[in-house]
Design a binder for this molecule. Structure first.
Ligand code: FES
Length: 588
């Protein structure tokens, strides 16, 4: 074994720093900084040969609190194998990990914090490229936001979806079925013992939710953006395909480190337009819009909701997955996954958008076959839903826009006028919704205020307001519901979300009172409060507390959050993290 005395331990006099010579600690003597850094790694048994290789950072997000990332050890081993096969040095490090069910008040409150962790650790440590491993809803967005701000060559790897379970011969998967079976239990159609059996079967393995919720949507959008290897979005978490994808990701990262493009060459205007097309064709999570806006904002790009709506009119829903359709992620994978979907969408895509694979979108599509199961990935002329999954609404109730997942709504409710039944916030909702004496009917409109970015805070997924118990027991399955919050990508119903500006900022939603009439017309893209302009202006003139006053906050992350979080149409990012407008900026 050589002690590699001939290896360079000093700083080269010219050229950009690479590998261990990058991001040196400030001791006032760069040669000493490198000398010291190498000494510590040699203490862990590394040779000079290893320390001279291209360094691939691996941002993992393993946590006992995050079973959606439960395959992280196996993925990490496969990624490292791929890196070393290609002659690189893998250096993994932990970041914040966020799971939907283990984050209070809501995972979205922590997404920006995770993105700052990812950005700063990429910038603080020496690496020539970065592999991001995430999956649960907010983790891929946070990782891409952070990496976009850090700017080095980047590849995203998803942890992959969980397998489906079974209850009395019927397939089950988190979390659309979580909601439907819980709804049956609330309505008295299932016993506690029966719902307990369902609870054992909903999550059949580690991995992300098995429907087209936010996690699956973001994995697919990462592939559509070109920041993930082709075919990387859909392999389930516990399969050999997933592990092979991990190994290939490691190998490709070394090539990127040597020759590849920075993340800004991949995440371009055209890449985001492709991703928005895919979001619509997936019938994907409404959260995907917020996350795409946040990632784009880190690159100085803006998402235009009216452009999204226009694309929605041209882009049918083709993927037949819950909650819009009937299948699960493992079926999507077996049907050909994202490449098969992209092939169907070919005429609507920017084919010259570049992928981290080194190919452009057109090359990738040409490499793959059509869908192997046209029930799961429908052909363009036989869609699940003729228009895209999401429509953008405007009106005096949402001058900054609101959205509705029309593909998961009840058709008869999409043109509806009804009496508002208003809840002032989460506490009010919890205390009154199931009260037998609540004055509410099936054709009323449930309005929930103060669950926006500043209101809750963190814009929780409480926009899926449960049907009041007495109406659920009477067989009511859906009502028009409106809020400034979000909804889980696994949820369904005639639900208007992301009302902007939010109530806590004094938006018109603040002014709605029980008994007012509200009109929803998805065909006209309108959400209106039916009161006079003078009455609306007079209600809006009322003084409301600031976000800090409302929450009684004086310090810490919550203070930073409440002072700097932007509205949903800007991705609910922090104002100081958004990049200056890109010189090439077009609204996406
Ligand atoms: Fe992690 Fe659904 S809870 S993806």
């Amino acid at each position: 074994m050589s002690n590699n005395d001939d290896k360079e331990t000093t700083i080269p006099s010219s050229g950009p720093a690479k590998g261990m010579r990058k991001a040196l600690t400030s001791y006032g003597d760069e040669g000493f900084s490198l000398f010291l850094r190498k000494a510590f790694l040699k203490g862990a048994g590394y040779t000079d040969d290893a320390l001279d290789r291209p360094i691939i950072g691996i941002a993992g997000a393993a946590s006992a609190y995050n079973p959606c990332h439960g395959n992280m050890p196996e993925l990490l081993a496969a990624v490292k194998r791929g890196i070393m096969l290609a002659g690189g040095l893998p250096m993994d490090f932990p970041t914040i990990s966020i799971h939907e069910s283990f984050a209070t008040p809501t995972s979205m409150y922590l997404r920006n914090l995770m993105s700052m962790d990812v950005e700063e650790m990429i910038k603080a440590q020496p690496m020539d490229a970065i592999i991001l491993i995430g999956g649960c809803d907010k983790t891929i967005p946070a990782q891409l936001m952070g990496a976009a701000s850090a700017g080095i060559p980047t590849i995203q790897l998803a942890t992959g979806a969980m397998l489906t379970g079974s209850y009395k011969g019927t397939r089950l998967g988190a979390c659309t079925d979580c909601r439907s079976y819980w709804g049956k239990f609330r309505a008295g159609e299932m016993s506690e013992q029966e719902v307990g059996v369902v609870n054992n079967q909903l999550v059949a393995s580690v991995g992300t939710c098995s429907v087209m919720g936010t996690a699956s949507t973001m994995a697919c959008l990462a592939e559509a953006l070109g920041i993930m290897l082709p075919g990387g979005a859909t392999p389930p978490a516990v399969t050999a395909d997933r592990m092979r994808t991990a190994e290939q990701t490691g190998t490709r990262a070394v090539e990127l480190a040597k020759f590849g493009e920075g993340i800004d060459k991949i995440l371009t205007y055209k890449a985001f337009e492709n991703a928005m097309r895919v979001l619509l064709a997936l019938g994907g999570s409404t959260n995907g819009i917020v996350h795409l806006a946040a990632i784009a904002g880190r690159l100085g790009l803006t998402v235009d909701l009216d452009r999204l709506d226009q694309m929605g009119r041209e882009t049918p829903v083709l993927v037949n997955l819950k909650p819009t359709g009937q299948f699960y992620m493992e079926d999507f994978h077996k049907a050909g996954g994202m490449p098969a979907l992209l092939r169907e969408l070919r005429p609507l895509l920017h084919l010259d958008a570049l992928s981290v694979s080194g190919q452009n979108m057109g090359d990738i599509i040409d490499q793959y076959d059509d869908s192997y199961n046209t029930e799961v990935i429908r052909p363009f002329d036989r869609p699940i839903y003729a228009q895209g999954g999401v429509a953008v609404l405007r009106g005096n109730l949402a001058p900054g826009g609101a959205i509705i997942k029309q593909s998961a709504a009840t058709p008869s409710l999409m043109e509806h006028e009804g009496r508002a039944v208003v809840f002032d916030g989460m506490e009010d909702l919890v205390s009154r919704l199931d009260d037998e004496n609540l004055d509410v009917n099936a054709d009323d409109v449930l309005v929930l205020k103060n669950i926006g970015p500043k209101g809750a805070p963190g814009m929780p997924e409480a926009g899926y307001i449960p049907i009041p118990k007495k109406l659920a027991a009477a067989g009511v399955k859906d009502m028009v519901r409106i809020s400034d919050g979000r909804m889980s990508g696994t949820a369904f119903g005639t639900i208007v979300l992301h009302v902007t500006p939010e109530a806590a900022l004094g938006g018109p939603l603040m002014c709605v009172r029980t008994g007012d009439r509200v009109r929803l017309s998805v065909s006209e893209r309108i959400i209106d409060l039916l009161i006079s302009p003078a009455e609306l202006a007079s209600r809006q003139a009322e003084t409301i507390p600031t976000a800090l006053e409302r929450h009684g906050v004086t310090r810490g992350y919550k203070r930073l959050f409440l002072q700097t979080v932007l509205q949903a149409d800007k991705g609910a990012d922090f104002d100081f993290l958004v990049a200056s407008p890109a010189s090439s900026n077009k609204s996406i």
